[in-house]
Write a protein that binds this ligand. Structure first.
Ligand code: ADP
Ligand code: MG
Length: 353
């Protein structure tokens, strides 16, 4: 009897959910949970265009590659910017997910290719959707499914999306911020702006240049944002020593940055993100708007971790905002949950076999 069970397990097709983000890619496998969480960076060789490294290994190479290698981010603003590199990266993650299932997974993926669901921004075009489906299929999926990111984020944040009641979710990652109202299992209104974590980093870089005559890199800017950044001025100012290159003399120099300066530097970028939220609230049908005022806004994505962003949103919109539990994991968890119950969801997702 036990052998029959083993055999049945062996013959179950693998199901893989992928959150293909601008900053990070997360992979979930049915029965195992999240098996990969790595930066969306790929290093390729210049000569033969072969993938040399993916994820953490490739990120270490960013800005440090010799002439024979290029390390780049194949996703921009939530959509595929470099098709071939994205496909190579998906192939790497799909085979890593199959291998995570041990020998059984490896053998199974040869006999029956896995079903893969990938999320896309709600505002992406048909051409961009097609590209995501094609890249997933040619990366080794038997069936590829797409799901709108805000819907996946809401499901991952345990919002009861199928109820006949409005819920608002804001997913803010590296490249884009998506605000959406969801009701009865679908996206009713949405707005996406190509402004999120990376733009906040750029605002800090510009500020350091203007105020301190100091050139800093992307990683340093992100560090400043995470360590002392806040959407609202902190009552007790925090400070950080930062090293960069002097704009005039070209030599290394260290300066002290304060949390108040960072709040000031990122204000106008945050206003652009709030603009998307306000636009969605304005377009929301009144019945759903009443539900949202009642329940508040749920925030997901890495940028929702910016200190006091929830309070800032609450002040700007008048609707209480809350950050979901583990906001970086909501999208992949939601995508996984939908894939697990794909038969129930088939009506609302795009599919191709
Ligand atoms: P994507 O879905 O676009 O890949 P993620 O949801 O993974 O993006 O979020 C990545 C972004 O979140 C990056 O811009 C990163 O700097 C930002 N981020 C991560 N942690 C924090 C934090 N504690 N404070 C502010 N920003 C953060
Ligand atoms: Mg994301």
């Amino acid at each position: 009897m036990q052998n029959v069970f083993k055999m049945r397990n062996f013959l179950v097709k693998q199901k893989i959910a992928i959150d293909l983000g601008t900053a990070n890619t997360l992979v979930w496998v049915l029965g195992q949970g999240i098996v990969a969480n790595e930066p969306t960076v790929v290093a390729t060789s210049v000569d033969d265009n072969k993938v040399v490294a993916v994820g953490i290994e490739a990120k270490k190479m960013l800005g440090r590659t010799p002439e024979s290698l290029i390390a780049n981010r194949p996703m921009r603003d939530g959509v595929i910017a470099d098709y071939q590199v994205t496909e190579a990266m998906l192939r790497y993650f799909i085979s890593a997910a199959c291998n995570a299932g041990g020998v059984t997974g490896k053998v199974m993926s040869h006999i029956l290719r896995p079903d893969v669901m990938v999320c896309v921004p709600a505002g992406c075009t048909q051409v961009e959707r097609r590209a995501a489906l094609d890249a997933t299929l040619s990366a080794g999926a038997a069936h590829a499914y797409l799901i709108d990111e805000p819907l996946a984020a809401a499901i991952g944040a345990e919002v009861p999306v199928s109820a006949p009641s409005g819920h608002m979710i804001i997913d803010s990652g590296g490249g884009s911020t998506e605000a959406a109202v969801i009701s009865l299992g679908g996206v009713v209104v949405h707005k996406s702006v190509r402004v999120a974590g990376t733009k906040l980093d750029e605002a800090i870089i510009a500020f350091m240049k203007k105020k301190h005559n100091l050139i800093i890199g992307d990683t340093t800017a992100e560090d400043i944002k995470i360590k002392i950044g806040s959407a609202i001025k902190l009552p007790k100012e925090e400070k950080l020593e930062i090293s960069g290159r002097d704009l005039v003399f070209g030599l290394p120099r260290t300066v002290t940055v304060t949390s108040t300066q960072v709040t000031e530097a990122i204000r106008s970028t945050l206003q652009l993100m709030v603009g998307a939220v306000k636009a969605v609230l304005e377009d929301t049908p009144p019945e759903l708007a009443a539900d949202i005022i009642d329940k508040g806004i749920i925030m997901s994505g890495g940028t929702s971790l910016l200190r006091n962003l929830d309070r800032f949103l609450t002040e700007e919109t008048g609707v209480p905002a809350h950050v979901a539990d583990e906001p970086l994991l909501c999208v992949v968890r939601g995508t996984g949950l939908v894939l697990e119950n794909i038969e129930l969801w088939k009506r609302s997702v795009t599919t191709k076999g």
